[in-house]
Design a protein around this ligand. Structure first.
Ligand code: 6GU
Length: 249
């Protein structure tokens, strides 16, 4: 997977050298190519921003350096669609990550200031994506979020043990709780079933916990997901136990 990133702050992407993305970049499952619009300015001050027509606070990214950098980047990655990171974009989620992971590459355009000239979006941007309903100071962190979510889905990036199929959201549910040693933590024990060695019972318990937590914390996710008869039974049992527990406390 080829990532091309257009950003005024390419140094921020050193963060991608760590962890799973770092391993993929070293292991050649992914490559990262950074493009700085400032390198495509022609004036002595290397100006990358300009005042908005109509007035108001803030600045807008200048068109010419962006057009020039995009032209070069597109020549280097002709098959990659240009993705502009903006709170006005479509909401990025696990389904979008899975779709992007099938592509040969993506070009991520990170805006700064109040954004980029709308005509540049019209002519040169293929897709607009947002990572959530809050405002970031620039698209760089959003670009890295997308790179991380996509990279971990690429074949050979995660080992079998950490396989992405087991992740929260891959099955439309939140994760079940995890425990490790010691089995007694200041008087708090580990759920007994996890120490039982009964793998079928452990699987059932984990599925029930995942269903129950999703019901408690993200009922919107449950509404989007069909439940099997077994899942329905496990969730009903969870709800009964939960209601019993909260009534007695
Ligand atoms: Cl993609 N960009 C910015 N600046 N803020 C955001 C965002 C993107 N997604 C959520 N907030």
């Amino acid at each position: 997977m080829r990532f091309d990133v257009i950003s005024l702050f390419p140094e921020m992407f050193k963060a991608a050298e760590h962890g799973v993305t770092g391993k993929a970049l070293q292991g050649k499952q992914a490559s990262l190519h950074l493009w700085n619009p400032r390198d495509y300015t022609k004036d002595n001050h290397r100006t990358v921003d300009d005042r908005p027509y109509g007035g108001g606070p803030g600045m807008v990214m200048k068109v010419d350096p962006l057009k020039a950098v995009l032209q070069q980047a597109r020549q280097a990655a002709p098959d990659s669609r240009v993705i502009y990171l903006t709170p006005q974009g479509q909401r990025f989620d696990q389904k979008a990550a899975r779709e992007m992971a099938k592509r040969s590459g993506i070009m991520l355009l990170a805006g700064r200031y109040e954004g980029i000239d709308e005509r540049l979006i019209d002519c040169c941007v293929d897709e607009e994506w947002s990572i959530g309903d809050y405002v970031l100071s620039g698209g760089e962190l959003a670009a890295m979020v997308i790179m991380d979510a996509v990279t971990r889905l690429l074949p050979g990036v995660l080992g079998h043990a950490e396989s992405a199929e087991q992740d929260s959201y891959m099955n439309g549910l939140l994760d079940f709780p995890q425990y490790t040693r010691p089995d007694d933590l200041d008087g708090r024990s580990v759920p007994e079933v996890l120490l039982s060695g009964d793998h079928a019972a452990i699987e059932r318990w984990r599925l029930q916990q995942a269903l129950g937590r999703t019901w408690l914390r993200r009922p919107d996710l449950l509404e989007q997901r069909e439940l099997s008869a077994e899942e329905q039974r496990l969730l009903e049992e969870f709800i009964r136990t939960h209601q019993g527990a909260s009534a007695s406390s």
